[in-house]
Write a protein that binds this ligand. Structure first.
Ligand code: IMP
Length: 212
């Protein structure tokens, strides 16, 4: 994409500065929008920013993948870009699904199929070996040579079966305690305790200094 064409022309300059979230996941986009609402940015999707390219996520870590996504979109659209890479790490599976969380049950599999694959692999594993964490790395490019990387985590364990209807991805099998999974709590509560929320708290300290 031609970067020049994608930039605001002066007559149409919006009142609020635009910030792109480099994700195709509508659940994540909603969470980011809510978290960023107080900083006066107009948070837009890649599609709204005119990004039609492909992003090849071939990093070995969440940090590398977040950087790749943010850099690819920023170079195409030329406005501040934020990307996250996130996933589930299970100690018993040596950190899997890890950076392969999205593709864990193969391309085109559903969230339900991915959850079931993990449940099958954890079948019969005792509670004390079911420890897991959601990890979120966020990479923010405000401008050339003005970039930030933060990481947040939330700890839990893998349940014996899916529980709850809220959230997305692995939320129904990620237990916070005996009664609650990440998919039984409200979106508001998830947004205050999640890996993304914890990463965002770090990022918001940067935003407060920079934009408040
Ligand atoms: P990516 O960060 O877009 O590459 O997604 C990684 C994978 O982790 C996806 O399959 C998501 O469903 C999953 N994932 C990311 N964040 C969450 C979350 O908050 N809850 C449940 N699953 C998540």
């Amino acid at each position: 994409m031609n970067r020049q064409n994608s930039q605001d022309n002066k007559e149409n300059t919006p009142a609020r500065k635009r910030l792109v979230i480099a994700t195709n996941n509508s659940g994540k986009l909603r969470e980011f929008r809510e978290m960023l609402s107080s900083f006066g940015f107009e948070v837009i999707s890649m599609k709204e920013a005119g990004f039609t390219g492909e992003i090849i996520e071939d990093g070995d870590t969440f940090e590398e993948n977040a950087h790749i996504k943010a850099r690819t979109v920023f170079e195409a659209v030329g406005i501040p870009t934020m990307a996250d890479d996130s996933g589930l790490e299970i100690d018993f599976l040596d950190g899997a699904p890890g950076v392969y969380s999205a593709r864990y049950a193969g391309e085109g599999a559903t969230d339900g199929e991915r959850c079931q694959k993990v449940l099958d692999e954890m079948h019969g594993v005792p509670r004390e070996l079911r420890e897991a964490r959601f990890v979120c790395s966020i990479y923010f490019i405000y401008d050339e040579d003005d970039e930030y990387s933060v990481r947040g985590e939330v700890r839990g364990y893998i349940g014996d079966e899916p529980l709850g209807e809220n959230g997305f991805g692995y939320d129904p099998i990620f237990m916070l305690n005996e009664d609650e999974s990440m998919a039984t709590i409200s979106e508001e509560e998830k947004n205050s305790i999640s890996h993304r929320a914890n990463a965002f708290k770090k990022l918001s300290e940067i935003f407060k200094e920079k934009f408040a």
